[in-house]
Ligand binder design. Structure first.
Ligand code: EPU
Length: 315
């Protein structure tokens, strides 16, 4: 049965929003939940509810949901592991789509692989090593999805996604489009890719599996020594200022261990904030402000956020 949608979401009337959500619920029955706390879907474990949370089990349903949201201007976003975000306590008014159940295909192609945006990056990296591909070993410890890593141009150990992405398939203005790398404006920890990333083609070299695995293990052990990987965090909070490290600066001011509510500046790496015990987004945000102000006051450096803020924050 074809479901007909008759609302006008652009009017921003609650009744129209509700009609749009009901339409989506019928596209992906059993896979949509109202008022879903995003704290359950972020590595920091913080964040209020999204109006609608959808984790479609088929590619067709995911495409229909995204296409509908774009054609009808329903506020929507894709969220993978939620490992680089701070969601406000009041949550987010819109539809949040997770592609990890449907866009997870992995397929070797000439000179690399194509894979779904919902694939876990650490799992992809291990699989690539086993299949004799080199180029993404540095990403073995990044706890995100392929799509999330592309849209933030994730990086580590001197490499970043922009160096290996060849092209992407994205949902743009309600249609699936193949976009070459040149259409994505990559910069340090940011990428302006239009629409929602669905699939990514990586350009890779050949590797001896054993050597690729050794490289991954080595880089992971460096991370384990220097970053609080077993704690609830959102990775690095601030971008590194040109020529320096935010972690080094924050540490040099003696700010490791500083707390706001249940949020604490990590004792291991000062550019991480740890959710110690049911911290709120307000705790984390007030700690961010304190650190920023101290750094600006004492060094003149204006730190910029690396994590993405979702929802309302009193700036
Ligand atoms: N340092 C300190 N104290 C600290 C942390 C760091 O003195 O608390 C010093 C280190 O000793 C080192 C320098 O600062 O001399 C740089 O530290 P590190 O090698 O840990 O790298 P980083 O610049 O802090 C960057 C990325 C990380 C990435 C690592 C490893 C940014 C903002 N951070 O950190 O990315 O994992 O390099 O390649 O670009 C992330 O994107 O979320 C992230 C964590």
């Amino acid at each position: 049965m074809r479901v007909v949608y008759t609302g006008d979401v652009r009017s921003e009337q609650n009744a129209d929003r509700d009609a749009a959500y009901r339409y989506i619920e019928r596209i992906a029955p059993k896979d949509a939940r109202r008022n879903e706390p995003l704290s359950r879907h972020t590595t920091l474990g913080v964040g209020g509810p999204a109006d609608l949370w959808i984790k479609p089990r088929t590619v067709g349903a995911a495409l229909d949901v995204l296409s509908f949201c774009q054609r009808e201007s329903v506020p929507h976003m894709a969220l993978g592991r939620g490992s680089n975000v701070l969601v406000s306590d009041s949550g987010w008014r819109g539809a949040v789509v997770n592609l990890s159940r449907c866009f997870r295909r992995y397929r070797p192609v000439a000179g690399g692989v194509t894979c779904g945006a919902g694939l876990s990056l650490p799992r992809l990296v291990r699989r690539l090593a086993g299949d004799g591909f080199s180029g993404l070993e540095w990403a073995g410890g990044i706890p995100g999805t392929v799509g999330g890593a592309v849209v933030v141009n994730a990086g580590a150990h001197g490499a970043e996604m922009s160096g290996v992405v060849k092209r992407i398939v994205a949902m743009v203005e309600g249609e699936r489009r193949l976009l070459g790398k040149e259409t994505i404006a990559f910069s340090y920890r940011a990428a302006e890719a239009p629409g929602i990333v669905l699939e990514v083609e990586f350009e890779l070299n050949e590797a001896v599996p054993e050597l690729a695995r050794e490289k991954i293990e080595h880089l992971m052990s460096v991370r384990e020594r220097t970053q609080p990987l077993s704690k609830r965090t959102a990775g690095c909070i601030f971008k590194n200022p040109p020529g320096d490290s935010a972690g080094r600066i924050i540490d040099s001011l003696g700010l490791k261990g500083v707390v706001a509510g249940a949020a604490r500046v990590s004792e291991l790496h000062a550019n991480f904030i740890v959710n110690e015990d049911d911290a709120t987004a307000a705790d984390v945000f007030s700690l961010i402000r304190r650190v920023k102000e101290r750094v600006r006051g004492e060094t003149g450096v204006q730190l910029e956020l690396e994590v993405e803020l979702i929802g309302d924050f009193a700036q």
